[in-house]
Design a protein around this ligand. Structure first.
Ligand code: UDP
Ligand code: MG
Length: 136
């Protein structure tokens, strides 16, 4: 049975800086994730802190927020069958070293922090994250 849903994807500053936007978008399209919305933005550190607030108790939180606001990013709404899980699979593990072959993080990730992409981790968080960037 099909389960068409949406998820939020972000191309992070390290990948935008290396001109990987089109390469990464091609990978989504090839894997049947349609790009319903896409915009290139540069967020403030406070906005990054709000977006990543689930991680506020983590030791890497401050660096993570500084990083996500360090340069332009591309935020996208992807849609497809089981889009949340499908996107996580295409992204690969958080640490590029542990990511499976041909995943975005294996192909392009530099390190555990500069790992090129973000993807929602549940349908519930996908809705919240899409609203965060695309609610008018
Ligand atoms: N992160 C980091 N150090 C860590 C773990 C995570 O810098 O030890 C960063 C990394 O950029 C990651 C983000 O924090 O993508 C969010 O972490 P999460 O565990 O949610 O990983 P993800 O869902 O992005 O795979
Ligand atoms: Mg996460």
């Amino acid at each position: 049975m099909s389960n068409i849903e949406k998820t939020l994807s972000i191309i992070k500053p390290d990948a935008v800086e290396r001109n990987l936007i089109d390469e990464i978008k091609k990978i989504f399209l090839k894997n049947d994730l349609n790009i319903k919305e896409s915009k290139k933005i540069h967020i403030t550190k406070d906005e990054a802190a709000e977006f990543y607030k689930v991680h506020q108790s983590k030791p890497f939180y401050n660096d993570l927020c500084a990083y996500l606001s360090s340069g332009p990013i591309v935020v996208m709404v992807l849609e497809g069958n089981n889009a949340v899980a499908a996107n996580r699979k295409i992204m690969g593990a958080t640490n590029p070293k542990d990511a499976d072959k041909n995943t975005i993080r294996k192909l392009y990730g530099i390190s555990i922090d500069k790992n090129s992409v973000h993807g929602s981790d549940s349908s519930e968080n996908a809705k919240k994250e899409i609203d965060f960037f695309f609610k008018n």
